[in-house]
Design a protein around this ligand. Structure first.
Ligand code: PMV
Length: 339
């Protein structure tokens, strides 16, 4: 088949980050990017990544590479290479006549990137949906999830709305409950800083696996927390779920603190919020914090408590960017084939 220069197809997808209640931290298989711990997460409606993809045909003999721009800045090719290799394997299988092509993706988020707000989850979920739509493929959610996982394991969960789980060693996430399962459930996202982290979660996970003496205990304990959390979520019981959420993030960080050299994503402001949450609980609020690979803190609570918690936070902290989220829906996607 001769290769004609020109656009083959375009697509645009929006996706939301997946915030873990029970955390994934550590890889069982690095080449396949399989998680070592199970995770339970909720998709956040108030944060969005939008990704535009163009698939074009290079002219005969032209050497071209796939390109990804985040907020207009060209990203390192190696970060996306495994994802695009996976995407090509899929198109070879499902669209055998397609021939050579090159992907150009432009992505932007309405929240800071690589700062502990799960931009890689929404980013790779949107990229998976947009790439497949731009070549005219309609995949079941589980296959999209498997594709997103190659880029970032948490992205496998962002393919679904509502509550999702990704089991240890699993190649794809599954839906646990849709976004309407718990209408009163709220997530308060507190943004302390916009700067990208200086240690990627990928590098930090590997360091934790290689030299934290608590790594195996963390993995064993995660399984227990996971099963208890799924039960608490099934009963829509925040008083039962909250302590498990807290155990999960604190045990994840305890394992990181014990690495050599230690991994410390926390900032003084993060600890101040953690301690403030504890005070709010003493005052009778069911509010439970969590953190990821960055200084931001997210709180889980129920709708009725949001105004009071918000007022208390505003009264206590300056310069805190507060977003109130609900469980969000799955990615949206629109594609167009040109040829
Ligand atoms: O999927 P990654 O590589 O961005 O790692 C996500 C890790 C945590 O956010 C800390 C936990 C999680 O389960 O999302």
């Amino acid at each position: 088949m001769s290769e004609n220069f020109g656009v083959f197809g375009t697509a645009v997808s929006t996706a939301h980050p997946s915030l873990a209640l029970i955390k994934y931290w550590g890889k069982q298989n690095i080449a396949l990017n399989l998680p070592a711990t199970p995770s339970l997460a909720v998709t956040l409606d108030c944060l969005t990544t939008e990704t535009h993809v163009e698939i074009s045909r290079p002219v005969d003999g032209e050497e071209v590479s796939d390109r990804v721009f985040l907020d207009g800045i060209l990203q390192r090719e190696d970060r996306f290479a495994p994802f695009f290799t996976g995407f090509r394997k899929l198109t070879d299988k499902m669209k055998p006549g397609m021939g050579r092509f090159v992907v150009t993706a432009r992505s932007s988020s309405d929240f800071p990137t690589a700062a502990g707000l799960a931009s890689s989850a929404s980013g790779f979920a949107a990229l998976s949906c947009a790439c497949t739509a731009a070549v005219g493929l309609e995949l079941p959610a589980e296959e999209l999830s498997a594709m997103a996982l190659i880029g970032s394991a948490s992205a496998a969960r962002s393919i679904y709305g509502g509550f999702t789980r990704l089991d240890a060693g699993s190649k794809a996430a599954v839906s646990v409950y849709g976004e309407n399962w718990w209408p009163e459930f709220r997530i308060i996202v507190l943004e302390l800083e916009k700067e990208p982290k200086n240690l990627s979660s990928r590098e930090a996970m590997e360091r934790t696996r290689l030299n934290s003496p608590y790594y195996q205990a963390w993995i064993d304990d995660s399984r227990v927390l996971m099963e208890r959390s799924v039960d608490a979520l099934g009963g829509r019981n925040l008083d039962a779920l909250g302590p498990l959420i807290r155990n999960s993030y604190l045990r994840m960080f305890a394992t990181m603190f014990a690495a050599d050299p230690p991994i410390i994503y926390w900032k003084p402001g993060s600890l101040a919020i953690i301690q403030f949450c504890d005070r709010m609980r003493s005052d009778g609020f069911s509010v439970w914090e969590t953190m990821d690979a960055g200084p931001q803190v997210k709180l889980f609570c129920l709708q009725n408590d949001v105004p009071a918690i918000r007022n208390r936070l505003i009264g206590e902290f300056n310069n805190l960017n507060i977003r109130i989220c609900r469980p969000g829906g799955p990615p949206s996607v629109r594609g167009r084939i040109e040829t």
